[in-house]
Design a protein around this ligand. Structure first.
Ligand SMILES: Cc1cc2nc3c(=O)[nH]c(=O)nc-3n(C[C@H](O)[C@H](O)[C@H](O)COP(=O)(O)OP(=O)(O)OC[C@H]3O[C@@H](n4cnc5c(N)ncnc54)[C@H](O)[C@@H]3O)c2cc1C
Length: 390
């Protein structure tokens, strides 16, 4: 049996070889400076079959596990964080479909044929001032006679905005006031009433082009509805699969950012000289300790991601502990990305502060990690309740 490390290395070589990553890293600076989508990276990822990673073998794909995709995403993010964050949204949709079919629920199986046909999936869940996220929606879903819905609302931060062709989204149906319901389904890009915001000039992850999507009376066809779930905290396989894929794959992106920041920090210390010490900074104890501490702290992050990805793949039942584990893995990864990015800046010195430097860009990209749901503030009550409440 091929051992896991060999398998990860083979997949890295097949999907993200070193020369490809070098091109991505060079372009990442350009996309960031010009505030544009990663068109060339996207074309190369499609050519290599990267959007098909999760498609099961019986549907024509390689059927990779969440653990395998997490490793690839960490590698991709180490070269091009915004490219990784954005393609994550497509991977997540296909990963959710795979997780569900693996567990005997085939409601999303159509995603596989569409992905094989070249459709690109995006994730249109986040809304302004909806900190319930998936447990509620401010998008109004009005039932139609054909069994479908008309959606009206705004989805913010839709990554992949220039290229997506399918959008998983949700809205709230209040037609029975006693039983408000959330409707989940897929919109097609050509549906009348969809508009993309022309505003996008953010601090980091700029190439993701995560522009707001305005839904102005957009019809959700009955055959594209995948779930109706009561509003509130109601356990469901769809939302569990979304949470798992979302938290662990977003965490993987920030783990990749953190690993790269450590490499940049090491390069910086080797390059810079101290006149006082008469050596490179790589030999100065304070500098070594700073980098050493950041590295030791970081190593818990990929370990946590791997443990939970493998448990998810092996269908280990953590029951009500799952949200605690998943959210902690993503929060720790994004904290590590910000800390290591700051370490990288301290190690690279004033040169790293240059707006065009990779260390400076990673610092900005890492900051985006503050905004994925749930934030640390939003998550704290869940951890406190797990220990303190009956
Ligand atoms: C880089 C990045 C990529 C992301 N990708 C995705 C994704 O693909 N899919 C997804 O569902 N979530 C995505 N998210 C969203 C994220 O996970 C959070 O839900 C979001 O950042 C929460 O922000 P907030 O509640 O603080 O936003 P708010 O402070 O409420 O708003 C944030 C943004 O939305 C804009 N906005 C607010 N109201 C309107 C309006 N009425 N019309 C138009 N624009 C409005 C604001 O101008 C502002 O730029 C992404 C976040 C980041 C940082």
């Amino acid at each position: 049996m091929t051992d896991r490390l060999t398998r990860h290395a083979e997949l890295a070589e097949r999907y993200l070889p070193d020369e490809l990553l070098a091109r991505f890293r060079t372009r990442a600076a350009v996309y960031d400076r010009e505030n544009r989508f990663f068109d060339e990276d996207f074309a190369e990822l499609v050519e290599r079959g990267y959007p098909l990673l999760f498609v099961p073998e019986r549907h024509g794909g390689p059927g990779l596990s969440l653990d395998e995709v997490s490793h690839l995403q960490q590698r991709l993010a180490s070269a091009a964080p915004a490219t990784a964050l954005a393609i994550n949204m497509h991977l997540m949709c296909t990963g959710v479909a795979k997780a569900m079919t693996d567990r005997g629920d085939h409601a999303l199986d159509a995603v596989f044929a569409e992905a094989m046909a070249g459709e690109i999936f995006a994730f249109g869940i986040s809304e302004p001032s909806n900190d319930w996220v998936m447990q509620d929606s401010r998008t109004v879903a009005t039932p139609n006679e054909d069994g479908g819905y008309t959606l009206k609302g705004v989805k913010i931060f839709t990554s992949l905005s220039p290229v997506w062709t399918r959008l998983i989204t949700h809205g709230r149906d209040d037609s029975d006031p006693e039983h408000p319901t959330l409707v989940y389904g897929f919109l097609t890009r050509d549906a009348p009433g969809i508009a993309v915001s022309d505003q996008w000039d953010v601090m980091g992850m700029r190439a993701s082009q995560s522009r707001a999507t305005i839904l102005d009376d957009v019809r959700l066809d009955p055959q594209r509805i995948v779930r109706r779930i009561p509003v509130g905290r109601v356990p469901d396989l769809l939302t569990f699969a979304i949470t798992s894929n979302f938290q662990l794959l977003i965490g993987s992106v920030y783990a990749g950012v953190a690993r790269r920041a450590l490499m940049l920090g090491a390069e910086g210390l080797r390059r810079r000289r101290s006149a006082k010490a008469g050596s490179s900074l790589a030999e100065v104890p304070e500098s070594r300790v700073r980098l050493a501490d950041a590295y030791a702290e970081f190593l818990a992050v990929p370990a946590q991601l791997e443990a939970y990805c493998r448990d998810f793949d092996e269908r280990v039942d953590h029951g009500s502990d799952w949200p605690l584990l998943l959210v902690s893995a993503r929060l720790n990864a994004s904290t590590a990305a910000r800390r290591t990015a700051e370490t990288a800046l301290l190690c690279t010195g004033g040169a790293g502060f240059d707006d065009g430097s990779e260390a400076s860009r990673l610092f900005r990209d890492a900051t985006a990690g503050l905004f994925h749901p749930p934030s640390a503030d939003a998550a704290r009550p869940m951890y406190a309740a797990a220990l303190l409440d009956d």
